[in-house]
Structure formats: structure tokens, C-alpha cells
Design a protein around this ligand. Sequence first.
Ligand SMILES: [Zn+2]
Length: 411
Amino acid sequence: MGKLPLRARLATTVGGAAGRVSRMSGRGDGAVIGGAVGLRMEPDLLRLLAAGRQIVLVTGTNGKTTTTRLITAALEALGQEVASNAFGANMEAGLASALGRAPDAQHAVLETDERFLPAVIEATSPKVVTLLNLSRDQMDRAAEIWLIARRWREALAAADCLVIANADDPLIAWAAGAARQVTWVAAGQEWHEDSWCCPECGSHLQRDAAGWRCGECPFTRPPTPWVLDGACVIDPLGQVRELNLALPGRANRSNAVVALAVADAFGITVDQALPALQQVSSVAGRYTLVERGGCQVRLLLAKNPAGWLEAFDVLTKGATPVLLSVNAQVPDGKDTSWLWDVDYRLLRGRPVLVAGERRLDLAVRLEADQVDFVLVDGLDDAIAKAGSGELDVIANYTAFQRIRAVLGRTA
Ligand SMILES: [Zn+2]
């Protein structure tokens, strides 16, 4: 902190105070307002706060918050403080706030909004940029995510950093392919609907057991030193270890393998990092088990079609009832036509309850997939109607926050 210019130090102090006021008044965790006040006073605050630190940026449509948490846990294995925006405030103000709150941390792991990645790379000169996946989110359509990938590609071509990227997502492979140094991870891709076309030439991509390649141009899946293989990670030396995570599902195993590759770039071995990853059991309220009216409620967030596919993979096996809750506020996207992109047939035979502002849209969608369901008024009604000791909840963004508020959780 002592190295910061006076103006930046002042901006951090005032920003921190604004954040504390925001927290005390119960308006959130204060990260965004604190950072925003600081940035108003010193527009270069992020650059100044990042200077001299080893920074990891994490971006992608899904898994950013969890992967940020896992990488942070792995780097903490070095025994030092790690700055991080653990609660997903992932635009400039949230990043500045995370760094301002940990002035002495030499390492920082920062979840970064997809659209801000080029600006944040420019401001923070990261050591590592982590690219997870790109698929449609809310109102985005294929052309928009291609534009995002192209901006990443340009920014990474100009940057001096190591990129750790998922080779199984063709858009990610294309964006990372221009970087000077890339470590490829076979992290898998369950959602293919946004990557049928070659990002380089527009031709149809071909897929087989070996991955994907363009039928027309040389663009092809790169070889991967790190591999997620079922429940195991295969490291660059070919050693196989079981992941044994507390976090559920294939998507989180994929995030963990990416985190191990990032840790390796900091000289942290799999044997050092893995126990730290195994300790992580809940991320910003997700996957949390909460007791409510004698029922064990488990919360899953799904913001877009690929996220719903991941959430279905995580559902408790058997016939545990599941509550689906969908809103269409601005942070969710006003358009719910994406509901038609999700295959709900996996829910057949399981008790399904439907809530949220757009429950009727979802009801129509479920009928089309011949999934039986019951309409309910929120969480408590769902618990009463489910009549089970367990309930899985899948909700999109504001519906998730609403349920957390009902449960009295704000952080
Ligand atoms: Zn091509």
C-alpha cells in the first residue's frame, strides 16, 4: 500500500469506507460500490492496485466464480494471502475493490466479465489468463459470442501472459490460439449448440472421439497436456489421480483440472493443490445445503442453457424432488426463449416443482417435453408440496438471489 501514489491511496481508502457503509446498511457486500467510488476518484486505480502483483484472470460463460475459488484455494497452499473477488463482482469496480481490500497480497485471482477481459488484461498485465468456455448467455446469440472471442484473440495476441485454455471448446481454442504461450486443458464440453461452425472460416466443424476439427481449413483441436478423464485428472507427466471433490458434477471436475493447471504455472504440484481443492464445498452460496422446515435444500444456479445442462448433471440421483425457478429481470435477460434450447426430458420420472415470475413459460416448455410438474408459489410452498426430506433447487440469477434472501443468506 505504501508504494501507491497518494491519489490512489486516497481513492482506495474512500472506496473502502463507501464499501463498509454499503455493507453496514445491508446493501450487499460493498465490493462494487467501494470500487466504483474509488474509480471515480482515480480512473487508473485498477492499474495502480495491480502493479507488482502476480495476477490470474478467470473468464468464460460458466464456471468463473467456482474456478476463481478453486484457483484461490490452490494458490493459498503457498501459505500467503491471495486477493480475490470471491463473490463474483467481476467488472472493473469489483476487481479494484478486491485488490484494494488486500493491499499486501502478492497474488490475486480475479473473476473477469467476458466483455471486460481485454480492458482488464491491459490494466492488470496478468501472469495467467484462464479461458473456460463460451456459449450464449441471456440475450447473446452466436454472432455476439464470436465477436467476444475475436476481441479476446486480439487482446491475447498483444499480451505477454500464459493462457490456460479449454481445448474442447472450439471458440476458446480459437481465441487462445493467437496467444504467445498456451497450456491446453482437455476440460470437456457438454454443450455443443454454440460451436457447430469453425470460428476461423465459418465451415462446419466435425466431431469425433478425438475431438473436433474444421472440414475446410487447418483449424483443429490442439493436443492437451492436462486432461479430465472421468473422475480423474491426468497431468502432463501422465500421472492419473482421482479428483474426489466435495463440489458435485462434471462441470466442477472440469473447473478443478483447469485450477490444477493454473497452480502448476505457479510451481504448485498436483499433490499440493488437490487437497486444497477438495476442501471447497460451497461457492458464493451455490451447492450449499440449507435446512428449511425439516427439508434439506440444495441450491444450484443456472444462468443459461449450458448452465442448465450442468445443473441437471449435479441433481441428486434417484427421485429427489427438484424446484425450477425462472425470473426474467434485467440480470437474467428479459427474453425466455432460451428455455427452448434446454432438453428437460432428463427430468421425467422425478417430482418437478415450478416457481418464479416466468413459471408459466417454463410450464409450457415442460409440457412440450412431457415432463410432469406442479406449479408452486416460491420455496416454502415447494417444500410443503414436495413432502420430501430433500429438495434440489435450480434457479436462474435473480430467482437464485430471491431464494437465498428467503433463506436469510446474503453472502
Ligand atoms: Zn475452418
